[in-house]
Design a binder for this molecule. Structure first.
Ligand code: SF4
Length: 251
C-alpha cells in the first residue's frame, strides 16, 4: 500500500512522547515547556508503528520530548514493539532528570534495557545544567552503565563543537565528569536559530542557519507523531496511519 511518491524513502518514525519537561533550557528549539502536558497514547503509537513497518522499510525509531521519561510507561511499549519488529536502531533522547528517587531511577534504567533501547542519547551540557540537577542525571547515567544500555552523551554546542565561549568551556568540563563514568561522547548538535535560542543566544547564532532536522517536503524520510496523537495534522486515534500517509502532499 505504498502509494505516495513523496514518502518513497520513508525509513524512520519518531514519537514525541510529551512536550512537558523537567528542564527550562535557554537554548531549547521548542520554546517554553509545561511541567505536565499532553502525552502520547502508547497503544495507538504501537499500532501505528506496526502498520508503518509492514509497509515501509523502517530502519530507526526515536522517542523524545520534552522529557519523555516523565511518562516512561509510554516509552517502554513503543521500544518493545520496535524490538519485536526488528527495527535496527531504537533511540531515546532524555535529559536524564525525571525522578529524585534512586529506586525509580534504577528501575527506569532496567526497563530501558529490557525494552530494547539501543542508542540512548543523554543530554549533558552547560545549558541543561542551568535548570537540571546533574547529581540525578549522574545517578541515572551510572544505572544505565550497570544495566548495559548503549548510551552516548549528547551535548549542545554553541557556534560549533570547537568554538571557544563560556558555554562550551563548561560543557567540556561536564563531559569530562560523565566520561569518567564510562560513557562515550556523541556528536551532539550545534544550536540553531529556533525557539528560545533566538531570544537568549542571538548574539552567538547565525540567524540564517538552517534547521538541521527539516526534511525535504517532497522526499519525507522521517515522520513524527505528536503528544496529541496527531500525524500530519490527523489523529492516529481516528485514522489508520497508512490512510494519513497516503494523503500527504508537500504543500
Ligand atoms: S532542550 Fe530538552 S531538556 Fe531542555 S527544555 Fe528543551 S526539551 Fe527540555
Amino acid at each position: 500500500m505504498r502509494t505516495n511518491q513523496y514518502l518513497r524513502n520513508l525509513n524512520r518514525v519518531e514519537f514525541i512522547i510529551t512536550y512537558a519537561c523537567s528542564g527550562r533550557c535557554k537554548h531549547c528549539s521548542q520554546g517554553d515547556h509545561p511541567d505536565v502536558g499532553e502525552v502520547i497514547d502508547a497503544e495507538a503509537a504501537v499500532k501505528a508503528l506496526r502498520e508503518a513497518a509492514q509497509n515501509y522499510s523502517i530502519k530507526s525509531i526515536m522517542t523524545f520530548g520534552g522529557e519523555p521519561l516523565i511518562y516512561a510507561d509510554r516509552v517502554y511499549p513503543i521500544h518493545k514493539a520496535a524490538s519485536e519488529l526488528n527495527i535496527p536502531k531504537r533511540q531515546l533522547i532524555t535529559n536524564g532528570f525525571f525522578s529524585r528517587d534512586e529506586e525509580n531511577i534504577r528501575r527506569a534504567a532496567h526497563s530501558l534495557a529490557d525494552c530494547g533501547v539501543n542508542d540512548l542519547l543523554l543530554s549533558v551540557d552547560a545549558f541543561h545544567e542551568e535548570s537540571i540537577p546533574m547529581s540525578y542525571v549522574k545517578l541515572f547515567a551510572r544505572a544505565l552503565v550497570e544495566e548495559g544500555v548503549p548510551t552516548r552523551l549528547s551535548p549542545a554546542w554553541l557556534v560549533s563543537a570547537e568554538a571557544d565561549n563560556p558555554y562550551n568551556t563548561r560543557t567540556r568540563e561536564l563531559l569530562f565528569e560523565f566520561t569518567s563514568l564510562g560513557l562515550p561522547v556523541g556528536e551532539g548538535n550545534v544550536i540553531f536559530p529556533k525557539g528560545k535560542a533566538l531570544k537568549y543566544l542571538a548574539e552567538y547564532i547565525d540567524p540564517n542557519a538552517k534547521d538541521p532536522y527539516e526534511d525535504d517536503p517532497a522526499d519525507i524520510r522521517s515522520i513524527s507523531i505528536e503528544p496529541d496523537n496527531t500525524l500530519m495534522g490527523k489523529s492516529i486515534l481516528d485514522n489508520d496511519i497508512m490512510k494519513i500517509l497516503s494523503r500527504y502532499t508537500p504543500c
